[in-house]
Design a protein around this ligand. Structure first.
Ligand code: FAD
Length: 377
């Protein structure tokens, strides 16, 4: 079978490396390297690199890597078109184009840095000093604000957000204390409506900032919707319990780009925590069907959320199966150590899948009924 995987992030690589190697597998990636997105705030704070060459991760697997940007899908003809004018036919497509920071708020694209521009942000902050506003109080915003405050003492960091991060009371107290020790000013309950040169416009008036870092929500590429795949309100392709598009059975969608209904936990959160299991399960589904076996429904439970607060502090927030926080937490250096191990595990499991496909495991929880189950081979 001819399988094309588009996107070589956590999800695309997990799927590509886990597929049976009796298939002809083509991996189309915009870049010749894998970017460890979960370390982009570290890159902004001086980490030398967050890249791993794709050649290293796919070495010896027989996977054909093509470096090109996907421009369009032609699902009726079963082709992927790339910006350089090539076409790649497939029997099965794995769509793994991920997400990026949503910059649709007025002025953000022109005047703010994001995780994706972390290298340019580092260059900007490495010289001089002044005020930095990090906008977005989710875990990405907290991690970014803490990392910048720790690394660049000449800059005064303010975290601006409509809400506090969703954590347990102990978790929130720890984050608040740690940010305060690092000198970060927090302005919760303040919604940003736009950015212009040197200013964040908010519901609570304008905030002056020499540098603005936008750490708001993620958005997904529009290619799935443009190709006619059924998508949800956020543009994520809706899949069944085997990760197959509900509208296009020869297309599997994985990672942030997929709207996966997790039994008992609602729609999947854009995260590696869910995205890598989703991708591994998609590969298992493709392998099973190709071998004439029935694909199984997805099982998954959230276990922890990991937050780095600079290089020496952190928070491991234990969660229920549905991702809601419980009071159990790990704090401080121990949490920072665990978070670092989790970051290493993501790349380590890709390396392991390269050598031994099928070895990546994830927390599954109890079997639950699902209404979206489709198990036809
Ligand atoms: C600063 C930061 C910290 C984070 N921390 C955590 C964390 O602690 N835990 C956690 O679970 N999640 C975390 N996340 C979220 C996590 O990074 C994403 O959920 C994860 O990267 C999704 O994996 P993915 O493979 O679906 O997408 P991605 O990692 O985004 O990979 C998608 C790939 O597709 C490529 N691509 C896109 N468009 C095209 C195209 N047209 N043609 C070809 N290739 C294309 C991209 O270049 C990329 O290589 C964090 C994110 C950020 C930004």
């Amino acid at each position: 079978m001819n399988i094309v995987v588009i996107g070589a992030g956590y999800a695309g690589l997990t799927a590509a490396l886990r597929l049976d190697r009796t298939h002809h597998i083509t991996l189309i990636s915009a870049e010749a390297h894998f970017t460890q997105r979960i370390r982009l705030h570290e890159l902004a704070a001086g980490r030398p690199t967050v890249r791993v060459p794709l050649a290293e991760l796919t070495h010896g697997t027989g996977i054909e890597t093509v470096v090109a940007r996907v421009a369009a899908l032609g699902p009726s003809a079963r082709v992927v078109r790339t910006e350089d004018g090539r076409e790649f036919g497939y029997d099965t497509l794995v769509y793994a184009l991920g997400s990026r920071t949503d910059v649709s708020v007025p002025g953000v694209a022109e005047h703010a840095f994001t995780a994706e521009s972390a290298a340019a942000l580092r260059t900007r902050l490495a010289s001089g000093g002044g005020d930095v506003a990090v906008v977005g109080g989710g875990l990405t915003g907290v991690e970014m604000a803490a990392e910048l405050a720790e690394t660049y003492p000449a800059w005064q960091v303010t975290l601006v957000s409509g809400n506090e991060p969703v954590l347990s009371a102990r978790g929130r107290r720890h984050v608040a204390g740690a940010l305060s020790r690092l000198g970060v000013t927090t302005r919760y309950g303040v919604r940003a409506s736009g950015v212009s040169a040197g200013t964040v416009h908010t519901t609570d008036g304008d905030i002056s900032a020499d540098v603005v870092v936008w750490a708001g929500s993620f958005t997904v590429p529009t290619l799935a919707a443009e190709a006619g795949l059924t998508v949800d309100a956020r543009g994520r392709a809706v899949v069944d319990a085997t990760m197959r598009s509900v509208s296009h059975p020869d297309v599997y969608v994985v990672g942030d780009a997929a709207a996966v209904r997790i039994p008992g936990a609602g729609e999947s959160r854009m995260s590696c925590a869910a995205g890598m299991p989703i991708a591994a399960h998609a590969a298992d589904s493709v392998n099973a069907r190709a071998a004439g076996r029935q694909a199984r429904p997805f099982r998954f439970r959230y276990l922890i959320q990991c937050v780095s607060i600079g290089r020496h502090d952190g928070l491991i927030q234990f969660v229920r199966h549905d991702d809601s926080p419980v009071e159990t937490v790990l704090l401080g250096r121990l949490a920072a150590f665990v978070k670092e191990q989790v970051c290493r595990f993501t790349v380590g499991s890709l390396r392991l899948e390269r050598r031994r496909p099928g070895t990546y495991l994830w927390p599954k929880g109890k079997a639950r009924a699902t209404r979206t189950l489709t198990t036809a081979p």
